[in-house]
Design a protein around this ligand. Sequence first.
Ligand code: 3PG
Length: 320
Amino acid sequence: REIHVPDIQQRSEAAQKLKIGIYFATWWALNVVFNIYNKKVLNAFPYPWLTSTLSLATGSLMMILSWATRIAEAPKTDFDFWKALAPVAIAHTIGHVAATVSMSKVAVSFTHIIKSAEPAFSVLVSRFLLGETFPVPVYLSLLPIIGGCALAAVTELNFNMIGFMGAMISNLAFVFRNIFSKRGMKGKSVSGMNYYACLSILSLLILTPFAIAVEGPKMWAAGWQKALVDIGPHFVWWVAAQSVFYHLYNQVSYMSLDEISPLTFSVGNTMKRISVIVSSIIIFHTPVQPINALGAAIAILGTFFYSQRERERERERAFL
Ligand code: 3PG
């Protein structure tokens, strides 16, 4: 039969949706596995500065090997590219290490409940530091996010200030990372996958001296011996799994960022947190009180409400 142009268009739209669906499902699944192994490692070996460094090192090594063996094409970069990447890498490093420190002190679910407030941080930074104004409904949609997180925090059974502050600092750092990377990626010729690879390499260079200063080889050696005795030789596989899955989930998320808007990305990120919160509560038998779960649910619903308002704002802008 004759093929009509609308048919072809519909099919390519469906194929695009399927592709994004596969990216999202892979991203969330990899993230759940990362979060579980990361917490198993931190429970046995509470040195988050080293584990964050190892995840960046593994990702960097995987990408350098892929470039060397031509599995992936190496990006063509110049000094300006690395200069624009530097603030992104500083923010990425702070956000990563702060989240890992948080998860070493509190339940994974609690870190991610607080991290679901990232959109609220994004609006507040844009408003107070960049002078951007938003319509009233956007500000109103922040109330359930902030209120829900506050409720979840005050009713958290194993509340810990470092754990809470780590997640808050991570939120702030990732907002800056997103602002800087939007500026740095303008007119870029580097793919999402290679952009994230370069980000890992630069972050690794930034983080290593700090990890040595804060924890250092002496602590690591003693902790490693203890973990091997407590867990057995397969502890090494847990460390490998958390490192490899950290790189893979971030790589897939940056690849999907090539295909979708930052707004769709942040909705995907919130849905990712729901899968992490639910699966980690089940796997680690995290005690949850009904009021605590209510706080988390309000915060997450607030994030969806916020993205709805932002979507409307984007549509209005498109019509102007
Ligand atoms: C990290 O270690 O960088 C955090 O777990 C990242 O959190 P996110 O990618 O879920 O925002």
